[in-house]
Write a protein that binds this ligand. Structure first.
Ligand SMILES: Cc1cc2nc3c(=O)[nH]c(=O)nc-3n(C[C@H](O)[C@H](O)[C@H](O)COP(=O)(O)OP(=O)(O)OC[C@H]3O[C@@H](n4cnc5c(N)ncnc54)[C@H](O)[C@@H]3O)c2cc1C
Length: 237
């Protein structure tokens, strides 16, 4: 079972959780706040599927070197809302225009970072911008597979580990799937994010967060917090 995979190698991608036919794997945070699978040994039937979809166990090597392009969105407001050049947005727009669904990291109502999906172009803004925290995949791999089998176009955006997890879970190529991963140095802990957020905003109600607030420029890294009372806090790091 997946608990044989050493914890220090697990990236919390949710592939094992998504694939388990007995639903006996839950994803739980450890003392540092990162997501890990926990197996209910009483219900496990030892089918081994969780290990067969683990991207760490599979460890595919990449044989084809991808072509590389540098992109910059022409609209200033889209670039301001995006963490880098904003290439995610036009790719997502195209898929939504074709009647497809986009998956990516968003803030939930408590400002925790989770993966979600939409097929509504008005919701695209929620997916823009890097959230420098480990995102909880939840049931989005399962939902994406559902759409793929319906022959709908799917754009799935996430860290390289999450895309490897999705591909391992799917176990086959789909022509209607576009995977979009990003250069990633690693994901900070959701628990650290929660403690930091509370230390900055205190008892104030939070309206929005931007992990790469560009008000003071792009090269100086700053986090922007918009409070419900209209005030804005910018932390230049
Ligand atoms: C955790 C993390 C670490 C990164 N580290 C580096 C780095 O070291 N060097 C570097 O050059 N770039 C890094 N990036 C990428 C960079 O911040 C931009 O996201 C990337 O250049 C794409 O920018 P964009 O303007 O096209 O799109 P944006 O609109 O900024 O981003 C869009 C997509 O990023 C995805 N995303 C955002 N947060 C997360 C998350 N927590 N988990 C999974 N997916 C997420 C969303 O699904 C979203 O759809 C990192 C991003 C993340 C999320």
């Amino acid at each position: 079972m997946i608990s044989h995979v050493p914890k220090q190698l697990c990236c919390g991608c949710h592939a094992c959780y998504s694939a388990c036919p007995e639903k006996c794997i839950s994803m739980q945070t450890d003392g540092e706040g990162f997501w890990y699978p926990v197996v209910d040994g009483q219900r496990c039937i030892e089918c081994g599927l969780c290990q067969r979809v683990c991207p760490i166990v599979l460890a595919h090597s990449v044989e084809r070197q991808p072509e590389a392009y540098a992109c910059r969105h022409k609209e200033d407001n889209v670039r301001m809302q995006s963490s880098s050049g904003g290439v995610f947005s036009p790719l997502a727009e195209k898929v939504l225009y074709n009647g497809g669904a986009i998956f990516g990291a968003v803030f939930n109502k408590s400002f925790c970072v989770v993966h979600d999906w939409t097929d509504n172009p008005e919701q695209l803004y929620r997916f823009r911008g890097s959230k420098y925290v480990q995102s909880r995949i939840g049931d989005t791999y399962i939902q994406a597979k559902h759409f793929l089998l319906q022959k709908r176009e799917v754009l799935f955006s996430g860290t390289p580990c999450q895309i490897a997890g999705l591909k391992a879970y799917l176990g086959q190529e789909y022509e209607n799937l576009i995977c979009l991963d990003l250069i990633c140095h690693g994901v900070p802990s959701p628990l650290v994010w929660e403690l930091y957020r509370k230390s900055v905003i205190g008892a104030n109600a939070l309206q929005a967060v931007n992990f790469r607030d560009k008000t003071v420029g792009w090269k100086r890294y700053s986090v922007g917090f918009e409070l419900a009372n209209g005030n804005k806090i910018i932390r230049v790091i």
